[in-house]
Design a protein around this ligand. Structure first.
Ligand code: AMP
Length: 401
């Protein structure tokens, strides 16, 4: 951002404005918009005209009966009033991100003005990374700035291919993207130790690559949430109706073995809160994790586990947290996740660096009211996961080459 002279330039900026909307198209959480504001404002103040492009939802997966996209539901026009308010300027809108309207409106902008282009995913060429479509998008800017970390793992036209139409000195990262990468790199490249990763959430299959990588990076790995039952069954335990991926039993054991041979301490739950129904009002019991009877399922880590995990977390200098420890959406099964959130906040207060990545752990820490007591909360769920796994993100490579 510091290397550009934005004055009198049209700056095409990929943002992630994929915000949740209610039935009346009101924004229910504007975090993603607010996170993009510093970069937009910086360009405006430097005399650049900002042309914003983003996707919203998955319109191609939810076509209307006549086969056309549902413009009413997925139009980015819904966010223009709020964006105008946040930026304190009248944001203009182009009803198609591709073609004459977008291009001419981009040329007519004065320095400091902002134009929002319609949903890039109204065109099926977007997800296919279609070259001609990307070239059309590129005509809306003299400089390309990518600030959409949340979609950097997609090789789509507006996130990746578009960058090939700009020379190296005409393209760069926005402030959000730069911050996200710097925080992930801090964990990956130069963590203060001990480094502890806390994983949870539903499935081992979603996080097996990350787990594998973490056995090479961490001193401690904590595994809770639904993932833990695959490990419990792999170790010979019974898990009743708990979430369990039988196809991953062998891989779970391989992770345990790899952690051991690398000298990594892998912590698994020893007690579990089980329920006789998947509901907040289910009957509950606390049992050893590998002794869950039929008809019951584990929905949270037990009190002994919470204490063990919290102790490890509080002794850590760097903490990476991805995934809730139980079904935190039900208040009665949020205690384990809350205990972990509190331990992460306490460790941070004590000087540790903590990165919270992945959609549900972000929701969980915010639900616990501790969002402002951790070091960094990532906006990029899947993108952060893939970056931590060690993958090169296409949206990043398109800029760095
Ligand atoms: P993920 O997106 O993989 O991080 O998964 C998050 C989801 O995992 C949340 O919706 C949680 O409710 C769910 N989850 C966490 N623990 C359990 C569990 N023990 N049983 C079922 N679902 C769980």
């Amino acid at each position: 951002m510091d290397q550009f002279d934005f004055n009198n330039q049209r700056v095409l900026m990929r943002v992630d404005f994929n915000v949740p909307l209610d039935d009346k198209h009101n924004i229910t959480d504007d975090t993603r918009i607010r996170k993009a504001v510093p970069t937009i404002q910086k360009i405006m103040e430097a005399g650049g005209a900002v042309i914003l492009m983003s996707h919203l939802g998955r319109p191609q997966k939810k076509l209307k009966e006549d086969g056309t996209v549902n413009v009413e539901k997925f139009t980015l026009r819904h966010i223009v009033p709020h964006l105008s308010k946040v930026l304190d300027t009248d944001v203009q809108f182009a009803s198609n991100c591709f073609g004459a309207e977008a291009k001419s409106k981009s040329f007519l902008l004065n320095p400091g003005q902002v134009l929002l282009l319609e949903n890039t995913r109204f065109h099926k060429e977007e997800s296919k990374g279609e070259e001609i479509f990307a070239a059309g998008l590129a005509q809306c800017g003299d400089i390309f700035i990518n600030d959409a970390f949340g979609t950097a793992h997609r090789a789509h036209a507006s996130t990746t291919v578009v960058a090939s139409h700009f020379k190296p000195e005409q393209k760069g990262f926005g402030l959000l993207m730069k911050t996200e990468l710097a925080n992930a790199d801090r964990v990956l490249n130069s963590p203060a130790r001990p480094l502890t990763a806390i994983l949870g959430g539903a499935k081992v299959s979603d996080k097996i690559k990350l787990l594998d990588r973490l056995t090479e990076l961490c001193q401690n790995i904590i595994v809770g949430g639904g993932m833990a039952y695959t490990f419990a069954k792999a170790a010979g335990g019974t898990v009743g109706n708990s979430l369990c991926e039988d196809d991953y039993l062998e891989l779970a054991n391989e992770i345990v073995a790899k952690a051991k041979s690398n000298g990594v301490d892998l912590y698994l739950p020893t007690d579990t809160v089980i329920a006789d129904d998947f509901s907040n009002s289910a009957n509950t019991k606390i049992v050893p994790t590998g002794e869950i009877p039929d008809g019951w399922e584990g929905l949270d880590i037990g009190p002994e586990t919470r204490e063990r995990f919290a102790k490890v977390i509080k002794n850590s200098k760097t903490i990476l947290w991805n995934g809730p420890q139980g079904v935190f959406e039900f208040d009665n099964f949020a205690h384990g996740t809350d205990a972990i959130a509190n331990a992460v906040a306490a460790a941070t207060d004590n000087g540790a660096y903590s990165l919270i990545g992945g959609g549900d752990s972000v929701a969980a820490i915010n639900k616990a009211g501790l969002g402002d007591q951790v070091s960094f909360i990532s906006t990029g769920g899947g993108a952060m996961l893939e970056y931590l796994e060690g993958k090169t993100l296409p949206g990043v490579k398109a800029i760095t080459g």
